[in-house]
Design a binder for this molecule. Structure first.
Ligand code: MN
Length: 237
C-alpha cells in the first residue's frame, strides 16, 4: 500500500508470562458499574442501565509490573482524577452475543486506570457536550500486561478485591463482585450496541471514592490474583 503519510502504529499490550502481544482495537468504557460510585456521581444505581463511552486506542500507556511507570499531567485541567478498573480483553468479536458467547469472547484481564480530567468532564455533562475532552486524551489509559483467562484459575477475578492507593494510602477499595453488571453482561450489552472486534478492550467501571492526583503522586492499582501496577504523575517537560 502506498500511504501518503506514515501509517500510525497500533498500540499493543504484553501478555503476562508469554512472548506474545495483544493488539488493541477499540477501548469501550462502562460509565457506572458500581452502585456506590453511581451514588457519588448523583445517579440511582438501581434504575440506570449501563452506558458506554470510548477512549481512543492511542490513549493506552502499556505499564509494567515491578517498575514505577509514568504518565504526564495533562493540559487544561486542575482536577486530574484516577479510576481504578478491571480491564477485559476480547479475543473474539461479534454482535448480539449470548451470555455463553460473551464469556467465550473474553481472552483475558488486566489492571487499568481510566484517568479523567474531571473538571472538563463535569463541564461537558452540564452543557450536554461529548465526553472526549474529559476522558479520551493522551496517556489517559495506563494498562497492565494482560493475563490470559486460560492461564488463571477458574473464577480468578470475579470475586477479587480491587484497590487504588495514592502515595501508599488506600483511596479506592471494593470487590469485582460488586459490579452492577457482570463481565459477561457488560460484553453482552455492549455487543447489542456495537459489533465487537477481537482486540477490543473494555474498562468495566470504577468503584467509589474517585479523586484527584497531582504531579509527583504515585498511584498503585491492584486486583487480587493479577498483581499491582505503579504509575507516577510527572510534569510535562
Ligand atoms: Mn471509568
Amino acid at each position: 500500500m502506498n500511504y501518503i503519510i506514515e501509517k500510525s502504529p497500533r498500540v499493543s499490550l504484553a501478555i503476562k508470562g508469554r512472548d506474545q502481544h495483544f493488539p488493541v482495537a477499540r477501548i469501550y468504557c462502562v460509565g457506572r458499574n458500581y452502585a456506590e460510585h453511581s451514588r457519588e456521581m448523583g445517579d440511582d444505581p438501581d434504575r440506570d442501565p449501563p452506558f458506554f463511552f470510548c477512549k481512543d486506542a492511542s490513549c493506552v500507556v502499556p505499564v509494567f509490573f515491578d517498575e514505577v511507570n509514568t504518565i504526564t499531567y495533562p493540559s487544561m485541567t486542575s482536577q486530574f482524577e484516577y479510576e481504578v478498573e478491571l480491564v477485559v480483553a476480547l479475543g473474539k468479536g461479534g454482535a448480539n452475543l449470548t451470555m455463553e458467547q460473551a464469556n467465550d469472547a473474553v481472552l483475558g484481564y488486566a489492571i487499568g486506570l481510566d484517568m479523567t480530567r474531571r473538571d472538563l468532564q463535569s463541564q461537558a455533562k452540564k452543557k450536554g457536550r461529548p465526553w472526549e475532552i474529559g476522558k479520551s486524551f493522551s496517556q489517559s489509559a495506563p494498562i497492565s500486561p494482560i493475563f490470559l483467562k486460560q492461564d488463571l484459575p477458574d473464577d480468578a477475578v470475579s470475586r477479587s478485591q480491587i484497590v487504588l492507593k495514592v502515595n501508599g494510602e488506600v483511596k479506592q477499595s471494593s470487590y469485582i463482585a460488586n459490579l452492577t453488571w457482570s463481565i459477561e453482561e457488560v460484553v453482552c450489552k455492549l455487543s447489542e450496541a456495537f459489533e465487537l472486534r477481537p482486540g477490543d478492550l473494555i474498562m468495566t467501571g470504577t468503584p467509589e471514592n474517585v479523586g484527584p492526583v497531582v504531579t509527583g503522586d504515585v498511584m498503585e492499582a491492584s486486583i487480587e490474583g493479577l498483581g499491582k501496577i505503579s504509575v507516577q504523575v510527572v510534569s510535562p517537560s
